[in-house]
Design a protein around this ligand. Structure first.
Ligand code: UDP
Length: 397
């Protein structure tokens, strides 16, 4: 198949760990590569963010990244991109009129708007993955939500018009059903993990004797890093490594201040973003990976830690209910006391750590390898092309 992936803000070639560059970049890059590996011709269309970006970049056999001119050729917050989506869609329409794809897969709601506009007159089916839903973001972030005001209505409209919706977890299915999406048009296909990179054997980052707790992710308040810092106060010796963002981010400054106020100077280390290749060694060096966001559409980081055989303590939200439940420890979000209790247990019991490591690794390998995720995504495309809808496929999600 000729497959067009549309990912307006998340460029698969970009470095991750910044405010707007994280799981979606990794997801689109890995999905595109795994689909190309299956013999498809894949083009990822993403917004041009620098004047010197070539229009087309070959990213491997059968895989091209196209930088779409839409708005200024500079990095902009994703919540400021809506005005440029008509230009983005018009560019796609011109491209696809010359050489139509068989199927379009849009990632994030704004990509859905551009893709549906461009595909309309060509009759090419559009599959939508939201990655995050405005209704959930609004619920948790309230007035701090910087999404354009029309986001929830636009997502409802996209969900109605797309040929199929790929949800990444069962919690997202519940949200979509509440938005009025028919279950027959929803398929559940999880995000994946690179099992070559994230494995128990391999280099281990240097460490001392103190128990090590690791957090990895974008430096934004909803990731709940303050909860982890507060929980650390109750753990006598442990150190906390935080990977992601830069020391200049507002959230990093806030966390550094909180660590000082809690008397944790020297025990909390803000490392900033690290390249993907360095993440596994850091994970292997940790006694536990903690991820306690307020909400989480999927959460690739815990699955990466599981694949490395590292015990995971995660908040009981979103994708974690599918991925971590039963092979890690779930705690309520925003509850430092519950998190410190869970960590005391995990850090104090080597046999519990070993059994969580084993169970997590097994689940990552059996459910989340990218070849498997790409094969399931491909079957959604084939169902759509055959006019069979998305056929809800929740098992193993
Ligand atoms: N990541 C990374 N370097 C960093 C911070 C994050 O490579 O400094 C990667 C991390 O390993 C994971 C992704 O960024 O693959 C974050 O995805 P997740 O789904 O956990 O969170 P999101 O960014 O989608 O909210």
């Amino acid at each position: 198949m000729r497959i067009a992936l549309v990912s307006e803000h998340a460029n698969p070639l970009a470095a991750v760990g910044g405010v707007d560059a994280g799981g979606q970049n990794v997801h689109v890059a890995a999905l595109a590569a795994a689909l190309a590996e299956r013999g498809h011709e894949v083009t990822v269309h993403t917004r041009r963010t620098a004047p010197d970006q070539p229009e087309h970049v070959s990213a491997g056999p059968g895989l091209t990244v196209e930088h779409v001119p839409a708005g200024p050729a500079e990095d902009l917050p994703k919540d400021e991109l809506l005005p440029y989506m008509p230009a983005f869609g018009a560019h796609l329409a011109r491209r696809w009129a010359e050489r139509p794809p068989d199927v379009v897969h849009a990632h994030f709601w704004m990509s859905g708007l551009a893709a549906l506009a461009a595909a309309r007159d060509l009759g090419v089916p559009v599959v939508q993955t939201f990655h995050a839903l405005g209704v959930v973001k609004r619920r948790w972030q309230g007035p701090a939500d910087t999404s354009p005001p029309g986001r929830v209505a636009a997502e409802t409209d996209i969900a109605r018009r797309a040929h199929a919706i790929v949800a990444t977890c069962r919690d997202e299915v519940s949200e979509l059903l509440r938005m009025g999406v028919g279950h027959e048009r929803i398929a559940v296909v999880p995000c994946g993990v690179d099992l070559e990179l994230f494995r128990p054997d391999g280099p281990v980052a240097p460490r001392g004797p103190a128990p090590r707790v690791l957090c990895v992710g974008r430096m934004v308040p909803r990731k709940g890093l303050d909860t982890v810092v507060r929980a650390l106060c109750r753990l006598p010796d442990a150190e906390l490594l935080i990977v992601g963002g830069t020391p200049r981010d507002d959230e990093a400054v806030r966390l550094a201040g909180l660590a000082t106020a809690c008397g944790l100077t020297g025990r909390v280390h803000l490392l900033g973003s690290v390249g993907r290749a360095e993440v596994p060694a850091l994970m292997r060096s940790a006694d536990a990976l903690v991820t306690v966001p307020w909400y989480e559409p999927f959460g690739m980081v815990p699955v990466e830690a599981m694949a490395c055989g590292v015990p995971v303590v995660a908040s009981s939200v979103g994708g974690h209910l599918d991925t971590v439940a039963g092979c890690g420890v779930l705690v309520p979000p925003r509850d430092p006391r519950a998190l410190s209790r869970a960590l005391l247990d995990v850090l104090g019991r080597p046999e519990l750590r070993a059994s969580l490591a084993e169970a997590g690794r097994r689940r990552a390998v059996t459910r989340y390898g990218w070849p498997r995720v790409a094969a399931r995504t491909e079957s959604v495309y084939l169902d759509v092309l055959a006019g069979r809808g998305a056929r809800v496929a929740v098992a193993g999600g």
